[in-house]
Design a protein around this ligand. Structure first.
Ligand code: PGA
Length: 240
């Protein structure tokens, strides 16, 4: 794993943007695997600014997102489909028809997982952006998720519900279940770009880079990926 340590969040976002820009320049029809959360917001702001200022086009780009809460639809401002539209897609010339995410309101969850897995088979990510949870999760793959898992529905752990409650009015409002790509779908990406900032991620980052490869720390599987770059700030890197 390549590790790039930056002085702060701003520099982390710039480095991440450089890598993203290279992918899109090399292949204007790239498949981008995208993530939600606070971590990639700086990267997305830089993609938007670059599109505005330099005209980098996303017309042919296709995207697949990692995860989505169960029970929320596109009109809910807490849903990840809404997050992506607000924080990235509406600032680019991307065709929303080319953007993909699990349907949180699907009637048949099993069918929805099968649909998403089939889609990922034919849309292998040229790059997959990831954040990391303070418990070492990637996407909503919580500790204990089998490395072989594909898209599935998960019950969120108390630690993730607590971490995510800052984005909701009340902790009771955080959905208890979510759809997520599995570690296997993530590992299938040609390139991984994992980002982390802040001291609360330091333990997870240590496990990601130097820990034992174990399902107890889902991110540790990335040590087996042939092209994985971690970009993190000094606070998140403090235990390395
Ligand atoms: P965050 O979430 O970017 O909001 O810290 C990361 C994650 O839980 O994967």
């Amino acid at each position: 794993m390549k590790v790039i340590i930056t002085k702060d969040y701003e520099e982390m976002s710039s480095k991440a943007f450089e890598i993203m820009k290279e992918v899109v320049t090399e292949n204007p029809a790239a498949v981008l695997g995208l993530a939600t959360g606070s971590t990639p917001l700086g990267l997305y702001a830089k993609m938007a600014a670059d599109h505005r200022e330099n005209g980098t086009s996303y017309k042919q780009v296709r995207t697949v997102n990692l995860d989505e809460y169960e029970g929320l639809d596109a009109t809910s401002d807490q849903s990840y489909v809404y997050f992506m539209r607000e924080n990235l897609f509406r600032h680019l010339d991307i065709d929303l028809k080319n953007t993909n995410i699990e349907n949180g309101k699907a009637k048949d969850p099993e069918e929805e997982c099968a649909r998403y897995n089939a889609l990922l088979e034919v849309m292998r990510q040229d790059v997959q952006v990831l954040g990391i949870g303070s418990n070492g999760h990637i996407a909503f793959n919580e500790p204990g998720t089998p490395f072989e898992a594909e898209t599935h529905v998960v019950a969120l752990t108390e630690s993730t519900i607590k971490d995510n409650s800052r984005l909701f009015a009340r902790v009771e409002d955080v959905p208890r279940r979510a759809y997520t790509m599995g570690p296997k779908n993530i590992m299938n990406a040609k390139k991984i770009l994992i980002l982390a900032n802040g001291a609360n991620k330091a333990k997870a980052v240590y496990g990601l880079v130097k820990g034992e490869i174990t399902e107890s720390l889902p991110a540790s599987i990335l040590q087996r990926h042939p092209d994985c770059t971690l970009v993190c700030d000094e606070a998140a890197a403090s235990l390395l």
